[in-house]
Design a protein around this ligand. Structure first.
Ligand SMILES: *[C@@H]1O[C@H](CO)[C@@H](O)[C@H](O)[C@H]1NC(C)=O
Ligand SMILES: *[C@@H]1O[C@H](CO)[C@@H](O)[C@H](O)[C@H]1NC(C)=O
Ligand SMILES: *[C@@H]1O[C@H](CO)[C@@H](O)[C@H](O)[C@H]1NC(C)=O
Ligand SMILES: *[C@@H]1O[C@H](CO)[C@@H](O)[C@H](O)[C@H]1NC(C)=O
Ligand SMILES: *[C@@H]1O[C@H](CO)[C@@H](O)[C@H](O)[C@H]1NC(C)=O
Length: 380
């Protein structure tokens, strides 16, 4: 018997997903500061939103108290603009003393005490993208050791202010340096995004050997347009990208922006469904202190999360693309699979009729489980 999962939805920019089951053997999940909070360092005028230890403590409290951690959202990731502009007297990176008076190690302890993990950010070049001290070749070992000493659990290595030759050396070197610390630290590489994301410049076999996840494409912004650009690029290049993904190595289409200002509820469901099908890391960048219950329930949807976290770790594909409708498919463990029906129509619902045999499912008996996006809009 096959166990298939079907999700039908005909709505505006709509989607759905369907079901099933799985350092980062499944895509990492958590929260990342960048898209929502950027490089806001004005703690005097914006104390609640500036990049400071308070922000990360607040998010850690929300993750552990509002049901996120139990669903798998365990990483709390610092992005750019956390550090002092100067290294310390021993040449080590240090947190900005005003905004992180307790220091990073103490923050890591706070998270660990709550069953959460801490991610931090650095850059392969002379400076980070925001102009803070970078981690060029000659600083790789000392910075990897510093992060390990602080008991950091994940490291994102950005690529501003470096060239291709330096990146070719730096990204593998950092992988070795992190390993040499003896502390398991998830490693997120921005390298391919700086090299256009495609072969021959990008070698996905190599990336899978040295990084746990990597950013293939440009930064997400808080808009539907941005989500669609990313989705289009990922599926146009699915023949290159899908074989690269698997347990411990993930393509990263960037953060979930659900709960911010740019997406409607339907668009939010669509991002969640497509990120689940893509086996994408699920890093939310939003304000968990003020998130709406609607956005929260999309991000906490158990079916979407279980599809995303399926232990086989196979990245889904677009199997059908017509003018208004696209169908995405992802094989899951236990003979299951997930389908997303995604309507691009924005003026009215799109009526679409299909069958499992039209979607090339072989004859047999299937158990079908529909994620009900809109009760009035589908029929199985
Ligand atoms: C990359 O930068 C280094 C300096 O860090 C320089 O020596 C090298 O020539 C540059 N390579 C290219 C291809 O620009
Ligand atoms: C370092 O790499 C070795 C060999 O690949 C591996 O067995 C070990 O678990 C790694 N250690 C850490 C801390 O990543
Ligand atoms: C890509 O990387 C792999 C593993 O490091 C290596 O064996 C292979 O030769 C590389 N391919 C190309 C085209 O450079
Ligand atoms: C999966 O489906 C195949 C083909 O129908 C069947 O032979 C196999 O027993 C199924 N496996 C499981 C775990 O259900
Ligand atoms: C189903 O298989 C046929 C024949 O191989 C192919 O032409 C068609 O594109 C496939 N359809 C889907 C939705 O995969």
């Amino acid at each position: 018997m096959h166990f298939a999962v079907l999700a039908f939805a005909f709505a505006l920019p709509v989607t759905t997903w369907a079901l099933d089951n799985g350092l980062m053997r499944t895509p990492p999940m958590g929260w990342l500061a960048w898209e929502r909070f950027r490089c806001d360092i004005d703690c005097e005028n914006d104390p609640k939103n500036c990049i400071s230890e308070n922000l990360f403590i607040d998010m850690a409290d929300r993750l552990s108290e509002d049901g996120w951690r139990e669903l798998g959202y365990v990483y709390v990731n610092i992005d750019d603009c956390w550090s002092s502009k100067e290294r310390d007297s021993q040449g080590r990176l240090q947190a900005d003393p005003k905004r992180f008076p307790g220091g990073i190690h103490k923050l890591a302890r706070y998270l660990h005490d709550r069953g959460l993990k801490l991610g931090i950010y650095g850059d392969m070049g002379t400076y980070t993208c925001g102009g803070y001290p970078g981690t060029p070749l000659d600083k790789i070992e000392i910075d990897a050791q510093t992060f390990a000493d602080w008991e950091v659990d994940m490291f994102k290595y950005d690529g501003c202010y470096s060239n291709a030759t330096e990146q070719e050396q730096g990204y593998p070197l950092m992988s070795k340096a992190l390993n040499a610390t003896g502390r398991p630290i998830g490693y997120s590489c921005s390298w391919p995004a700086y090299q256009g994301g495609l072969p021959p410049k990008v070698n996905y076999t190599q990336l899978g050997e040295i990084c746990n996840l990597w950013r293939n494409y440009g930064d997400i912004q808080d808009s539907w347009d941005s989500v669609m650009k990313i989705v289009d690029w990922f599926f146009e290049n699915q023949d290159v990208l899908t074989p690269a993904a698997g347990p411990g190595r993930w393509n990263d289409p960037d953060m979930l922006i659900i709960g911010n200002f740019g997406l409607s509820m339907d668009q939010s469901r669509s991002q969640m469904a497509l990120w689940a099908i893509m086996a994408a890391p699920l890093f939310m960048s939003n304000d968990l202190r003020t998130i709406s219950s609607g956005a929260q329930s999309i991000l906490q949807n158990k079916m979407a999360i279980s599809i995303n976290q399926d232990p086989l770790g196979i990245q889904g594909r677009c199997i059908l693309k017509k003018s208004h409708i696209e169908v995405y498919w992802r094989p899951l463990s236990n003979n299951a699979s997930a389908l997303v029906f995604f309507s691009r129509r924005t003026d009215m619902p799109y009526r679409y009729k299909t069958s499992l045999s039209k979607l090339n499912y072989t004859a047999g008996s299937y158990k079908v489980c529909v994620y009900r996006l809109r009760r009035d809009m589908y029929r199985v």
